[in-house]
Design a protein around this ligand. Structure first.
Ligand code: C2E
Ligand code: MG
Ligand code: MG
Length: 725
């Protein structure tokens, strides 16, 4: 403004007076703070409201420096702020009214004051008290509280906090005003020692061009020692020259999230550990026999394969061991005792083993032992079997009882690593089978010819199944004659099998196969039915009532329908049950079971008789004869064979007959071939005779033919001359 003419001066005066009256009115009534400072931060004008706010008079403020008004410490901050305004041109912020941190705040607008030429001459400030926050602010604060998130602004040049939200201070665990000082060199004050480096680096780089925004997580330590996890996200605000002047960001309390994360990680680790343990358990279970803890068959075979493949020059002895009479232990003492026996045997086997040996329970009472070594040979393998045999021979205590265990061994020598282990097992098993059958040897090494025998046996098994299914087995009848008067009283029915390729198969062989394969039930049923059918025909043809003896295998007693089909056969073919005799062998009584007794009682209740076959060769005792109420004893052929010249056989035969007589049990001698034998038996008062002397087993047709020609006497004396079946 230029001072010129008088009228201009007058007009200027009037204008000034008007400005002054406005200023006075503002000073008087303004509900806001207003001040102006010069470039040196000295107050040049303050309004009354500001003086009140500061608790001073106007005179105490005007022309005073920040040091005069606030003291050195705060003055420094005031000057920083003023410089910032001079620099940036404008600053808007919300600040607390006093240092107490009370909720009353000022909304400040600081600005640069320029002269007419636009040069900065100072700064001004207009501040409103906002004791009542706006609805939006309230909502924002609430949202921040809920999100546990605070916001802040930071001056790059002055390295201090410019503004922050209340929630920001809350997260730091300080009052709103304390937040400003806390953030000064914050790394040393509030940051967890382990995270200080990270925070320092970020704070130091805040002015760098190209540093840009950041997103970090760190921990803070509150004054009470509580640790909080926070996430800080910030973006730079660029000045006119493209360098960052401020950073605006958020701070979020993520302690809960972190704790959950840590708990989740811990839970996952725990779970992983458990899964690992469980997997190890499952793996152990998958590879081991549950009862004995030895390798199971699959793992055993696999481990042998792996070891042989690893070292091509290794040899191995594959041994299969089977306990003798294990079934008896199960039958006599129960399955728990059987299990215990297997565990003890497995333990004794394991104790004997060294690093080159694998042990497995292959199933049932069968164990596998494989010695893998470059030195092992057949003699060495046999030696090991003998050692094991000795180890197992020591008596074994099963609860209150004691047992002695015998065993048999089959050995197969694996000479090169390409031998399939399944083949080795099969061959060792064949050798074992031979050892079990042998009466002199318990250890057998596999030889090629054994495989042929095994193949033959396997073929017989297949073909027998076919024959039983087709019902093509035959039945032969052998006469049974009363000694006194040589009268034909009945026949023994004996199964016959005419193999299409190999001809007649020995009954003791195919009966054994039938027993092992379970075919015996069906086979026995067919023989019984055929025997009753043919006997009924003979009875009708010759108006007789012949007795028919049918062999029953011990295994048939497992069939709970046995008594039913015996009754059924009698009914169907009109055979009076008291003319049916069932021959059982002594091994039936081995387990002395109530079940056996009940079945025998039921058979006798039908009216049928029970004969004890091959008497004297098994385990018969007087006790059994009484308990099971046997009707007839069949003296075994082995006593009759040499009875005319063996004094001991004579004593035995006499003894058995007098024993039977004392028990009121009738006797029949088997295998009588000569007149001398017959005479001796007559002298001993044996009741009946069966043997080639009176007739070989023959078909029902041959018998009918002979009897038609010359009657019973003719038939029994001419049977040896005809072709036996
Ligand atoms: P087993 O029940 O003791 O039958 C008597 C065996 O002695 C018969 O042999 C018979 O042919 C033979 N034999 C009879 N008299 C004489 C003789 O004077 N001298 C000689 N050397 N032998 C004589 P086979 O028919 O070979 O039967 C053998 C065994 O097979 C039978 O012995 C019996 O245990 C069994 N068996 C036969 N058929 C059946 C059947 O249908 N069921 C069952 N479970 N076993 C049967
Ligand atoms: Mg018999
Ligand atoms: Mg017999």
């Amino acid at each position: 403004m230029k001072i010129g003419k008088k009228e201009d001066l007058q007009a200027l005066r009037e204008k000034c007076a008007m400005y002054e009256s406005w200023l006075r009115a503002l000073d008087e009534h303004g509900k806001f703070d207003l001040w102006f400072k010069d470039k040196d931060s000295q107050y040049r004008y303050v309004n009354k409201h500001f003086a009140n706010t500061m608790g001073r008079t106007k005179a105490e403020l005007v022309e005073r420096t920040p040091e005069d008004v606030f003291g050195a410490d705060r003055a420094e901050r005031v000057r920083i702020m003023d410089r910032k305004v001079m620099n940036d041109g404008l600053l808007q912020r919300v600040v607390p009214c006093d240092e107490s941190g009370a909720l009353e705040v000022h909304e400040e607008n600081r600005f640069v004051v320029n002269d007419e030429q636009g040069n900065p001459v100072g700064l001004g400030c207009l501040a409103f008290e906002t004791t009542e926050k706006s609805m939006a602010e309230e909502a924002l604060a609430q949202a921040q509280q809920m999100a546990q998130l605070g916001n802040w602004r930071w001056s790059v040049r002055d390295k201090c906090l410019i503004s922050c939200s209340e929630q920001f201070a809350n997260i730091l665990g300080v009052s709103f005003t304390q937040a400003f000082s806390t953030m000064q060199n914050r790394a040393d004050k509030i940051i967890h020692p382990d995270d200080r480096q990270l925070v320092r680096e970020v704070d130091n780089r805040k002015g760098e061009i190209g540093f840009g925004g950041y997103d970090i997580e760190y921990r803070i330590l509150l004054s009470d020692g509580v640790e909080r996890h926070v996430r800080e996200i910030a973006e730079p605000l660029m000045g006119n020259d493209g360098t960052p002047v401020e950073y605006a960001g958020t701070l979020q309390d993520i302690t809960d999230k972190k704790t959950t994360e840590i708990e989740l990680l811990r839970a996952r680790d725990e779970l992983e550990l458990r899964v690992e343990e469980r997997t190890a358990d499952l793996q152990h279970m998958a590879n081991h026999d549950v009862l004995t803890g030895t390798l199971n068959r699959t793992a055993f075979v696999k481990q042998i394969e792996v070891r042989l493949a690893e070292s091509g020059d290794l040899k191995a002895a594959f041994i299969v061991l089977d306990l003798d009479g294990f079934k008896n232990v199960n039958d006599c003492y129960g399955h728990a005792a059987g299990d215990l026996l297997l565990q003890i045997v497995a333990e004794r086997l394991k104790q004997r083993m060294d690093g080159r040996t694998l042990v497995s329970r292959l199933g049932g009472d069968e164990f596998g032992i494989c010695i893998i070594s470059t030195e092992i040979d057949a003699a060495g393998a046999k030696q090991i079997c003998e050692d094991i045999e000795r180890t197992l021979a020591a008596k074994i205590k099963l609860g209150s009882c004691e047992v002695f265990v015998g065993c048999s061994f089959g050995i197969f020598m694996i000479e090169n690593s390409t031998t399939p282990i399944a083949e080795a097992y099969k061959s060792a098993d064949i050798a074992l089978y031979r050892a079990k059958k042998s009466t002199t040897q318990t250890i057998m090494q596999f030889e090629d010819k054994m495989a042929e025998e095994a193949a033959y046996r396997h073929k017989l098994e297949q073909d027998l199944r076919k024959a039983v299914n087709e019902g093509s087995l035959g039945v032969a009848f052998q006469p049974q004659v009363v000694v006194q008067g040589e009268q034909l009283v009945g026949f023994e029915a004996l199964a016959r099998w005419q193999h299409p390729e190999f001809g007649a198969i020995r009954p003791d062989l195919f009966i054994q196969i039938a027993e092992q394969t379970g075919l015996i039930n069906e086979l026995g049923k067919q023989v019984l039915d055929r025997a009753c059918l043919e006997t009924a025909k003979l009875n009708r043809s010759f108006d007789k009532s012949f007795r028919i003896s049918v062999n029953l295998s011990s295994r048939q007693f497992d069939d709970h329908k046995l008594v039913d089909y015996i009754a059924n056969a009698c009914r169907t073919h009109s055979i009076s049950p008291d003319m049916l005799e069932l021959e059982v062998t002594e091994n039936l009584f081995l387990n002395n079971s109530d079940q056996t007794k009940a079945t025998l009682d039921a058979i006798r209740e039908l009216g049928a008789r029970v004969a004890l076959d091959d008497f004297g060769t098994g385990y018969s005792s007087l006790g059994y004869l009484r308990r099971f109420e046997i009707d007839r004893i069949k003296l075994d052929r082995s006593f009759i064979k040499d009875v005319n010249w063996s004094a001991s056989d004579q004593r035995i035969v006499r003894g058995i007959i007098s024993l039977a007589q004392s028990l009121n049990i009738s006797t029949i001698a088997e295998g009588v071939e000569t007149d001398q034998q017959r005479e001796f038996l007559e002298e001993c008062a044996c009741d009946e005779i069966q043997g080639f002397y009176y007739g070989v087993p023959s078909s029902a047709d041959v018998l009918t033919d002979l009897m038609s020609k010359g009657g019973e006497r003719y038939a029994i004396h001419h049977l040896p001359d005809v072709l036996a079946v």
